[in-house]
Design a binder for this molecule. Structure first.
Ligand code: NAD
Length: 455
Protein backbone atom coordinates (compact mmCIF):
# COMPACT_ATOMS: atom_id res chain seq x y z
CA UNK A 1 0.00 0.00 0.00
CA UNK A 2 1.21 3.51 -0.79
CA UNK A 3 1.25 6.54 1.47
CA UNK A 4 0.34 9.41 -0.85
CA UNK A 5 1.61 12.85 0.11
CA UNK A 6 -0.59 15.80 -0.91
CA UNK A 7 0.24 19.46 -1.53
CA UNK A 8 -1.80 21.21 1.19
CA UNK A 9 -2.22 24.28 -1.07
CA UNK A 10 -3.78 22.43 -4.01
CA UNK A 11 -4.71 19.01 -2.58
CA UNK A 12 -2.86 17.48 -5.54
CA UNK A 13 -0.59 14.48 -4.92
CA UNK A 14 3.14 15.31 -4.70
CA UNK A 15 4.32 11.70 -4.61
CA UNK A 16 4.07 8.49 -2.61
CA UNK A 17 6.14 6.07 -0.56
CA UNK A 18 5.28 2.50 0.36
CA UNK A 19 3.71 2.14 3.81
CA UNK A 20 5.85 -0.08 6.02
CA UNK A 21 3.69 -3.00 7.18
CA UNK A 22 3.56 -2.86 10.99
CA UNK A 23 4.55 -6.54 11.11
CA UNK A 24 7.85 -5.71 9.31
CA UNK A 25 8.98 -3.16 11.91
CA UNK A 26 10.50 -5.71 14.31
CA UNK A 27 12.77 -7.09 11.55
CA UNK A 28 13.85 -3.55 10.56
CA UNK A 29 14.75 -2.83 14.17
CA UNK A 30 16.61 -6.16 14.18
CA UNK A 31 18.76 -4.96 11.26
CA UNK A 32 19.49 -1.75 13.16
CA UNK A 33 20.58 -3.82 16.16
CA UNK A 34 22.93 -5.90 13.98
CA UNK A 35 24.49 -2.75 12.54
CA UNK A 36 25.01 -1.12 15.97
CA UNK A 37 28.25 -2.73 17.27
CA UNK A 38 30.32 -1.83 14.19
CA UNK A 39 28.87 1.71 14.19
CA UNK A 40 29.61 2.11 17.91
CA UNK A 41 33.14 0.75 17.51
CA UNK A 42 33.98 3.23 14.75
CA UNK A 43 34.29 5.94 17.41
CA UNK A 44 32.88 9.47 17.42
CA UNK A 45 35.55 11.05 15.18
CA UNK A 46 35.04 8.51 12.41
CA UNK A 47 31.26 8.80 12.68
CA UNK A 48 31.55 12.58 12.37
CA UNK A 49 33.87 12.20 9.36
CA UNK A 50 31.13 10.26 7.56
CA UNK A 51 28.24 12.51 8.60
CA UNK A 52 30.00 15.79 7.81
CA UNK A 53 30.07 14.88 4.12
CA UNK A 54 26.28 15.30 4.01
CA UNK A 55 26.55 19.04 4.78
CA UNK A 56 27.71 20.22 1.34
CA UNK A 57 25.14 17.93 -0.31
CA UNK A 58 22.26 19.62 1.55
CA UNK A 59 23.65 23.02 0.50
CA UNK A 60 24.10 21.97 -3.13
CA UNK A 61 20.60 20.47 -3.36
CA UNK A 62 18.87 23.11 -1.23
CA UNK A 63 16.81 24.54 -4.11
CA UNK A 64 15.38 21.21 -5.25
CA UNK A 65 14.85 19.83 -1.75
CA UNK A 66 13.44 23.18 -0.57
CA UNK A 67 10.89 23.08 -3.37
CA UNK A 68 9.86 19.55 -2.42
CA UNK A 69 9.55 20.66 1.22
CA UNK A 70 7.46 23.67 0.26
CA UNK A 71 5.13 21.61 -1.95
CA UNK A 72 4.67 18.91 0.65
CA UNK A 73 4.35 21.05 3.78
CA UNK A 74 3.10 24.34 2.32
CA UNK A 75 5.56 26.89 3.76
CA UNK A 76 7.02 29.64 1.54
CA UNK A 77 9.77 28.41 -0.78
CA UNK A 78 12.50 30.57 0.80
CA UNK A 79 11.69 29.12 4.23
CA UNK A 80 11.81 25.59 2.77
CA UNK A 81 15.18 26.26 1.16
CA UNK A 82 16.44 27.80 4.42
CA UNK A 83 15.35 24.74 6.38
CA UNK A 84 17.29 22.44 4.05
CA UNK A 85 20.35 24.70 4.23
CA UNK A 86 20.20 24.60 8.03
CA UNK A 87 21.13 20.89 7.77
CA UNK A 88 24.39 21.86 6.06
CA UNK A 89 25.40 25.17 7.65
CA UNK A 90 27.37 24.66 10.82
CA UNK A 91 27.20 20.86 10.65
CA UNK A 92 30.95 20.53 11.31
CA UNK A 93 30.68 22.73 14.43
CA UNK A 94 27.63 20.82 15.64
CA UNK A 95 29.42 17.48 15.25
CA UNK A 96 32.42 18.88 17.15
CA UNK A 97 30.12 20.07 19.96
CA UNK A 98 28.60 16.60 20.19
CA UNK A 99 32.04 14.95 20.27
CA UNK A 100 33.04 17.29 23.12
CA UNK A 101 29.79 16.68 25.04
CA UNK A 102 30.18 12.90 24.80
CA UNK A 103 33.91 12.69 25.55
CA UNK A 104 34.89 10.43 28.49
CA UNK A 105 35.77 12.11 31.77
CA UNK A 106 38.18 11.01 34.47
CA UNK A 107 37.48 11.53 38.17
CA UNK A 108 40.06 10.77 40.80
CA UNK A 109 40.37 10.80 44.57
CA UNK A 110 42.99 9.33 46.92
CA UNK A 111 41.94 5.74 46.34
CA UNK A 112 40.07 5.52 43.06
CA UNK A 113 40.33 6.55 39.43
CA UNK A 114 36.97 6.48 37.64
CA UNK A 115 36.44 6.90 33.94
CA UNK A 116 32.96 8.04 32.97
CA UNK A 117 31.98 6.86 29.50
CA UNK A 118 29.03 7.98 27.41
CA UNK A 119 28.00 4.95 25.36
CA UNK A 120 25.17 4.37 22.91
CA UNK A 121 21.89 2.99 24.22
CA UNK A 122 21.57 0.72 21.18
CA UNK A 123 18.75 1.35 18.69
CA UNK A 124 17.02 4.75 18.73
CA UNK A 125 13.53 5.29 17.33
CA UNK A 126 13.21 8.87 16.03
CA UNK A 127 9.54 9.82 15.58
CA UNK A 128 8.96 13.26 14.09
CA UNK A 129 6.22 15.77 13.10
CA UNK A 130 5.49 17.62 9.84
CA UNK A 131 5.82 21.32 10.69
CA UNK A 132 9.61 21.48 10.20
CA UNK A 133 9.83 18.18 8.36
CA UNK A 134 13.58 18.13 7.80
CA UNK A 135 14.93 20.03 10.85
CA UNK A 136 12.93 17.89 13.26
CA UNK A 137 14.52 14.76 11.77
CA UNK A 138 18.01 16.30 11.95
CA UNK A 139 17.58 17.41 15.59
CA UNK A 140 16.96 13.82 16.66
CA UNK A 141 18.96 11.79 14.15
CA UNK A 142 22.33 13.57 14.27
CA UNK A 143 22.93 13.39 18.05
CA UNK A 144 21.52 9.86 18.20
CA UNK A 145 23.91 8.65 15.48
CA UNK A 146 26.86 10.57 16.89
CA UNK A 147 26.40 8.85 20.25
CA UNK A 148 26.84 5.52 18.40
CA UNK A 149 23.21 4.48 18.28
CA UNK A 150 21.69 3.18 15.09
CA UNK A 151 18.41 4.86 14.17
CA UNK A 152 15.03 3.91 12.79
CA UNK A 153 13.18 7.05 11.76
CA UNK A 154 9.38 7.34 11.57
CA UNK A 155 8.59 10.69 9.96
CA UNK A 156 5.13 12.22 9.88
CA UNK A 157 2.68 10.68 7.44
CA UNK A 158 2.04 14.25 6.19
CA UNK A 159 5.62 14.79 4.95
CA UNK A 160 7.16 11.40 4.11
CA UNK A 161 8.88 12.51 0.88
CA UNK A 162 11.13 15.22 2.28
CA UNK A 163 11.97 13.09 5.33
CA UNK A 164 12.93 10.21 3.05
CA UNK A 165 15.04 12.62 0.97
CA UNK A 166 16.81 13.72 4.17
CA UNK A 167 17.64 10.12 5.11
CA UNK A 168 18.71 9.36 1.52
CA UNK A 169 21.33 12.11 1.66
CA UNK A 170 22.77 10.79 4.95
CA UNK A 171 22.67 7.24 3.57
CA UNK A 172 25.00 8.24 0.73
CA UNK A 173 27.68 8.18 3.45
CA UNK A 174 26.48 5.79 6.17
CA UNK A 175 27.02 2.03 6.41
CA UNK A 176 23.94 -0.12 5.74
CA UNK A 177 21.45 -0.49 8.54
CA UNK A 178 22.71 2.51 10.53
CA UNK A 179 19.81 4.78 9.48
CA UNK A 180 16.55 3.28 8.23
CA UNK A 181 13.13 4.84 7.64
CA UNK A 182 9.68 3.36 8.24
CA UNK A 183 6.61 5.06 6.80
CA UNK A 184 2.99 5.25 7.85
CA UNK A 185 0.68 6.74 10.44
CA UNK A 186 0.47 6.26 14.18
CA UNK A 187 0.05 2.46 13.79
CA UNK A 188 3.59 2.27 12.42
CA UNK A 189 4.80 4.63 15.17
CA UNK A 190 3.19 2.37 17.78
CA UNK A 191 4.80 -0.73 16.22
CA UNK A 192 8.19 1.02 16.40
CA UNK A 193 7.69 1.95 20.05
CA UNK A 194 6.68 -1.65 20.81
CA UNK A 195 9.68 -3.11 18.96
CA UNK A 196 13.02 -3.81 20.60
CA UNK A 197 14.28 -0.21 20.59
CA UNK A 198 16.29 1.21 23.49
CA UNK A 199 15.63 4.94 23.19
CA UNK A 200 12.60 6.73 21.77
CA UNK A 201 13.30 10.32 20.69
CA UNK A 202 9.94 11.91 19.89
CA UNK A 203 8.85 15.35 18.72
CA UNK A 204 5.11 15.92 18.36
CA UNK A 205 1.90 16.43 20.28
CA UNK A 206 1.48 16.03 24.03
CA UNK A 207 -1.21 13.41 23.47
CA UNK A 208 1.01 11.16 21.33
CA UNK A 209 3.93 11.75 23.73
CA UNK A 210 1.86 10.66 26.70
CA UNK A 211 0.81 7.51 24.83
CA UNK A 212 4.44 6.74 23.95
CA UNK A 213 5.57 7.23 27.55
CA UNK A 214 2.92 4.78 28.75
CA UNK A 215 3.77 2.23 26.05
CA UNK A 216 7.52 2.51 26.77
CA UNK A 217 7.06 2.04 30.51
CA UNK A 218 6.53 -1.73 30.23
CA UNK A 219 10.21 -2.31 29.38
CA UNK A 220 11.46 0.96 30.91
CA UNK A 221 12.71 2.13 27.51
CA UNK A 222 14.42 5.49 27.59
CA UNK A 223 12.14 8.24 26.29
CA UNK A 224 12.78 11.83 25.23
CA UNK A 225 9.68 13.88 24.39
CA UNK A 226 9.59 17.35 22.78
CA UNK A 227 5.92 18.28 22.91
CA UNK A 228 3.40 21.00 22.17
CA UNK A 229 3.08 24.43 23.73
CA UNK A 230 0.81 27.37 24.39
CA UNK A 231 3.45 30.09 24.49
CA UNK A 232 2.67 33.36 26.23
CA UNK A 233 3.94 36.81 25.31
CA UNK A 234 3.95 39.53 27.98
CA UNK A 235 4.04 43.15 26.79
CA UNK A 236 4.93 45.48 29.67
CA UNK A 237 3.71 49.09 29.80
CA UNK A 238 7.16 50.49 28.86
CA UNK A 239 7.57 48.24 25.81
CA UNK A 240 8.18 49.59 22.31
CA UNK A 241 4.67 48.92 21.01
CA UNK A 242 5.52 48.75 17.32
CA UNK A 243 8.45 46.36 17.89
CA UNK A 244 6.32 44.17 20.15
CA UNK A 245 3.47 44.12 17.60
CA UNK A 246 5.86 43.22 14.76
CA UNK A 247 7.24 40.35 16.79
CA UNK A 248 3.77 39.19 17.86
CA UNK A 249 2.57 39.12 14.24
CA UNK A 250 5.56 37.23 12.96
CA UNK A 251 5.55 34.76 15.82
CA UNK A 252 1.80 34.15 15.64
CA UNK A 253 1.51 33.79 11.85
CA UNK A 254 4.88 32.31 10.73
CA UNK A 255 4.41 28.88 9.14
CA UNK A 256 0.65 29.62 9.44
CA UNK A 257 1.01 29.42 13.23
CA UNK A 258 2.17 25.81 12.95
CA UNK A 259 5.24 26.25 15.13
CA UNK A 260 5.64 24.68 18.58
CA UNK A 261 6.93 28.02 19.94
CA UNK A 262 4.33 30.18 18.19
CA UNK A 263 2.94 32.99 20.31
CA UNK A 264 -0.53 31.64 21.25
CA UNK A 265 -1.47 34.00 24.12
CA UNK A 266 -0.60 37.71 24.33
CA UNK A 267 -0.91 39.57 27.65
CA UNK A 268 -0.62 43.35 27.18
CA UNK A 269 -0.59 46.04 29.86
CA UNK A 270 -4.01 47.71 29.84
CA UNK A 271 -2.57 51.21 29.27
CA UNK A 272 -1.00 50.30 25.93
CA UNK A 273 -3.54 47.67 24.82
CA UNK A 274 -5.43 49.93 22.32
CA UNK A 275 -2.17 50.99 20.60
CA UNK A 276 -0.89 47.41 20.56
CA UNK A 277 -4.14 46.03 19.12
CA UNK A 278 -4.05 48.61 16.34
CA UNK A 279 -0.38 47.95 15.51
CA UNK A 280 -0.78 44.15 15.56
CA UNK A 281 -3.87 44.28 13.33
CA UNK A 282 -2.01 46.50 10.83
CA UNK A 283 0.95 44.09 10.82
CA UNK A 284 -1.35 41.10 10.35
CA UNK A 285 -2.84 42.62 7.19
CA UNK A 286 0.62 42.46 5.57
CA UNK A 287 0.81 38.66 5.75
CA UNK A 288 -0.03 37.52 2.23
CA UNK A 289 -1.49 34.02 2.29
CA UNK A 290 -0.94 31.74 -0.69
CA UNK A 291 0.81 28.77 -2.18
CA UNK A 292 4.36 28.40 -0.87
CA UNK A 293 5.82 28.42 -4.38
CA UNK A 294 4.31 31.85 -5.20
CA UNK A 295 6.91 34.58 -4.66
CA UNK A 296 4.52 36.96 -2.82
CA UNK A 297 3.46 34.35 -0.24
CA UNK A 298 4.37 35.08 3.36
CA UNK A 299 2.14 32.40 4.87
CA UNK A 300 1.24 29.07 3.29
CA UNK A 301 -1.79 26.86 3.94
CA UNK A 302 -2.57 24.79 7.01
CA UNK A 303 -1.32 21.24 6.74
CA UNK A 304 -4.78 19.67 6.29
CA UNK A 305 -8.52 20.19 6.59
CA UNK A 306 -8.69 18.66 10.05
CA UNK A 307 -6.19 21.19 11.44
CA UNK A 308 -8.04 24.05 9.72
CA UNK A 309 -11.35 22.95 11.24
CA UNK A 310 -9.77 22.74 14.70
CA UNK A 311 -8.44 26.32 14.41
CA UNK A 312 -11.64 27.84 13.04
CA UNK A 313 -13.71 25.92 15.60
CA UNK A 314 -11.70 27.47 18.44
CA UNK A 315 -12.14 30.95 16.90
CA UNK A 316 -15.88 30.45 16.45
CA UNK A 317 -16.41 29.42 20.04
CA UNK A 318 -14.11 32.17 21.39
CA UNK A 319 -16.15 34.87 19.59
CA UNK A 320 -19.41 33.25 20.76
CA UNK A 321 -18.04 33.38 24.32
CA UNK A 322 -17.19 37.10 24.25
CA UNK A 323 -13.81 37.53 22.52
CA UNK A 324 -13.72 40.81 20.57
CA UNK A 325 -12.91 40.11 16.90
CA UNK A 326 -10.39 42.49 15.32
CA UNK A 327 -9.42 40.74 12.09
CA UNK A 328 -10.19 37.65 10.03
CA UNK A 329 -12.76 36.05 12.36
CA UNK A 330 -15.38 35.87 9.60
CA UNK A 331 -13.46 32.88 8.20
CA UNK A 332 -14.83 30.84 11.10
CA UNK A 333 -18.26 31.00 9.43
CA UNK A 334 -17.24 31.35 5.78
CA UNK A 335 -13.82 29.71 5.35
CA UNK A 336 -11.38 30.40 2.53
CA UNK A 337 -10.96 27.83 -0.22
CA UNK A 338 -8.91 24.71 0.50
CA UNK A 339 -6.66 24.67 3.56
CA UNK A 340 -5.97 28.42 3.68
CA UNK A 341 -6.59 30.52 6.79
CA UNK A 342 -5.76 34.24 6.81
CA UNK A 343 -4.35 35.77 10.03
CA UNK A 344 -6.94 36.22 12.76
CA UNK A 345 -6.69 38.68 15.67
CA UNK A 346 -8.95 38.51 18.74
CA UNK A 347 -8.96 40.78 21.81
CA UNK A 348 -10.49 40.43 25.31
CA UNK A 349 -9.98 36.69 25.15
CA UNK A 350 -10.97 35.30 28.55
CA UNK A 351 -8.51 33.02 30.35
CA UNK A 352 -10.75 29.96 30.44
CA UNK A 353 -11.71 29.91 26.78
CA UNK A 354 -10.54 26.80 24.92
CA UNK A 355 -8.40 28.96 22.62
CA UNK A 356 -6.38 30.18 25.66
CA UNK A 357 -5.97 26.69 27.09
CA UNK A 358 -5.55 24.07 24.32
CA UNK A 359 -2.86 24.29 21.64
CA UNK A 360 -4.24 26.04 18.52
CA UNK A 361 -1.35 25.55 16.07
CA UNK A 362 -2.84 28.06 13.66
CA UNK A 363 -2.53 31.75 12.61
CA UNK A 364 -4.47 33.29 15.49
CA UNK A 365 -3.25 36.09 17.79
CA UNK A 366 -5.24 36.17 21.06
CA UNK A 367 -4.92 39.25 23.29
CA UNK A 368 -5.86 39.77 26.93
CA UNK A 369 -4.81 42.56 29.31
CA UNK A 370 -3.22 42.90 32.75
CA UNK A 371 -2.71 45.69 35.28
CA UNK A 372 0.36 44.59 37.27
CA UNK A 373 3.49 42.50 36.64
CA UNK A 374 2.23 39.92 39.17
CA UNK A 375 -1.00 39.55 37.22
CA UNK A 376 0.94 39.14 33.95
CA UNK A 377 3.12 36.41 35.46
CA UNK A 378 0.10 34.57 36.90
CA UNK A 379 -1.70 34.67 33.54
CA UNK A 380 1.33 33.55 31.54
CA UNK A 381 1.94 30.65 33.95
CA UNK A 382 -1.58 29.24 33.62
CA UNK A 383 -2.07 25.86 32.00
CA UNK A 384 -0.20 22.62 31.51
CA UNK A 385 2.30 23.78 28.89
CA UNK A 386 5.69 25.42 29.39
CA UNK A 387 7.66 25.37 26.16
CA UNK A 388 8.56 28.99 25.38
CA UNK A 389 7.53 32.50 26.45
CA UNK A 390 8.62 36.04 25.63
CA UNK A 391 8.59 39.35 27.48
CA UNK A 392 8.77 42.76 25.82
CA UNK A 393 9.69 45.78 27.92
CA UNK A 394 11.73 49.01 27.85
CA UNK A 395 13.54 48.49 31.18
CA UNK A 396 15.60 45.35 30.46
CA UNK A 397 16.22 44.61 34.13
CA UNK A 398 12.52 44.65 34.94
CA UNK A 399 11.67 42.60 31.81
CA UNK A 400 14.36 40.06 32.72
CA UNK A 401 12.96 39.82 36.27
CA UNK A 402 9.50 39.07 34.86
CA UNK A 403 11.06 36.54 32.44
CA UNK A 404 12.76 34.74 35.33
CA UNK A 405 9.36 34.15 36.97
CA UNK A 406 7.83 32.51 33.89
CA UNK A 407 7.36 28.77 34.03
CA UNK A 408 8.67 27.86 30.58
CA UNK A 409 11.79 26.13 29.33
CA UNK A 410 12.92 28.88 26.93
CA UNK A 411 12.21 32.55 27.52
CA UNK A 412 13.20 35.44 25.27
CA UNK A 413 13.35 39.12 26.30
CA UNK A 414 12.59 41.54 23.44
CA UNK A 415 13.30 38.63 21.07
CA UNK A 416 12.32 35.03 20.31
CA UNK A 417 13.00 32.01 22.49
CA UNK A 418 16.00 30.47 20.73
CA UNK A 419 19.23 30.68 22.76
CA UNK A 420 22.85 31.41 21.87
CA UNK A 421 24.97 28.72 20.17
CA UNK A 422 25.23 25.70 22.47
CA UNK A 423 21.91 26.39 24.23
CA UNK A 424 19.47 23.49 24.60
CA UNK A 425 15.97 23.24 23.12
CA UNK A 426 13.93 22.52 26.21
CA UNK A 427 10.34 22.48 27.38
CA UNK A 428 9.14 22.75 30.99
CA UNK A 429 5.92 21.33 32.52
CA UNK A 430 4.02 19.12 30.05
CA UNK A 431 5.84 20.50 27.00
CA UNK A 432 8.84 18.27 27.45
CA UNK A 433 10.23 15.18 29.07
CA UNK A 434 13.96 15.25 28.51
CA UNK A 435 15.33 17.58 25.84
CA UNK A 436 17.88 17.88 23.07
CA UNK A 437 20.64 20.18 21.75
CA UNK A 438 23.42 21.86 23.68
CA UNK A 439 25.83 19.90 25.82
CA UNK A 440 23.21 18.56 28.22
CA UNK A 441 20.83 17.72 25.38
CA UNK A 442 23.45 15.79 23.41
CA UNK A 443 24.20 13.74 26.52
CA UNK A 444 20.65 12.45 26.66
CA UNK A 445 21.35 10.24 23.65
CA UNK A 446 24.01 8.31 25.61
CA UNK A 447 24.08 5.82 28.47
CA UNK A 448 26.55 6.81 31.18
CA UNK A 449 28.78 4.00 32.48
CA UNK A 450 31.64 4.29 34.93
CA UNK A 451 34.68 2.05 35.28
CA UNK A 452 36.70 2.48 38.51
CA UNK A 453 40.23 1.30 39.27
CA UNK A 454 42.38 1.52 42.39
CA UNK A 455 45.18 4.09 42.22
P1 NAD B 1 1.62 14.11 16.31
O1 NAD B 1 1.91 13.85 17.74
O2 NAD B 1 0.26 13.89 15.81
O3 NAD B 1 2.58 13.19 15.39
C1 NAD B 1 3.99 13.22 15.51
C2 NAD B 1 4.54 11.89 15.03
O4 NAD B 1 4.15 10.86 15.94
C3 NAD B 1 4.03 11.45 13.67
O5 NAD B 1 5.09 10.83 12.99
C4 NAD B 1 2.92 10.45 14.03
O6 NAD B 1 2.67 9.50 13.02
C5 NAD B 1 3.49 9.79 15.27
N1 NAD B 1 2.54 9.26 16.25
C6 NAD B 1 1.32 9.74 16.57
N2 NAD B 1 0.79 9.01 17.59
C7 NAD B 1 1.72 8.07 17.92
C8 NAD B 1 1.77 7.03 18.90
N3 NAD B 1 0.75 6.82 19.76
N4 NAD B 1 2.87 6.25 18.96
C9 NAD B 1 3.90 6.46 18.11
N5 NAD B 1 3.91 7.41 17.15
C10 NAD B 1 2.83 8.22 17.07
O7 NAD B 1 2.12 15.60 16.02
P2 NAD B 1 2.07 16.42 14.65
O8 NAD B 1 0.66 16.80 14.35
O9 NAD B 1 2.85 15.71 13.61
O10 NAD B 1 2.93 17.72 15.04
C11 NAD B 1 2.39 18.81 15.71
C12 NAD B 1 2.72 18.76 17.20
O11 NAD B 1 4.15 18.69 17.37
C13 NAD B 1 2.30 20.03 17.93
O12 NAD B 1 1.76 19.69 19.18
C14 NAD B 1 3.63 20.79 18.09
O13 NAD B 1 3.62 21.72 19.16
C15 NAD B 1 4.58 19.65 18.33
N6 NAD B 1 5.98 20.05 18.06
C16 NAD B 1 6.82 20.21 19.12
C17 NAD B 1 8.15 20.63 18.90
C18 NAD B 1 9.12 20.83 20.05
O14 NAD B 1 10.30 21.04 19.79
N7 NAD B 1 8.68 20.82 21.30
C19 NAD B 1 8.59 20.84 17.60
C20 NAD B 1 7.69 20.66 16.54
C21 NAD B 1 6.39 20.26 16.78
Amino acid sequence: MDLVSYDPATSEPVGAVPVTPAEDVAAIVGRAREAMPAWRDLGADARAALLVQAGPVFLARADALGELLSREQGKPLREGVGEVKSCGWGLREELDDIIAALAPETLEDKRTRTVLHRDPFGVCAAITPWNFPISMCAWMVIPALMAGNTVVMKPSEETPLIAQAYADVLNEFLPQGVLQVVHGGDAVGKALVAAEVDLIAFTGSREAGSHILAAASKDLKRVMLELGGKDAMVVLDDADVSKAARFAARNSFRNCGQVCVSTERIYVHEDIAPAFEEALTAEAKGFVVGRGLDAATKVGPMINRHQKEHVLGQVRSAVADGARPLLGHEQADSPEEGNFVRPIVLADVGPDLDIMVRETFGPVACIDTFATDDEAVASANRGIYGLGAVVFGGDLERAAAVARRLDAGMIGVNRGVGGAGGAPWVGAKQSGYGFHSGRDGHRQFAQVRIVSLPV
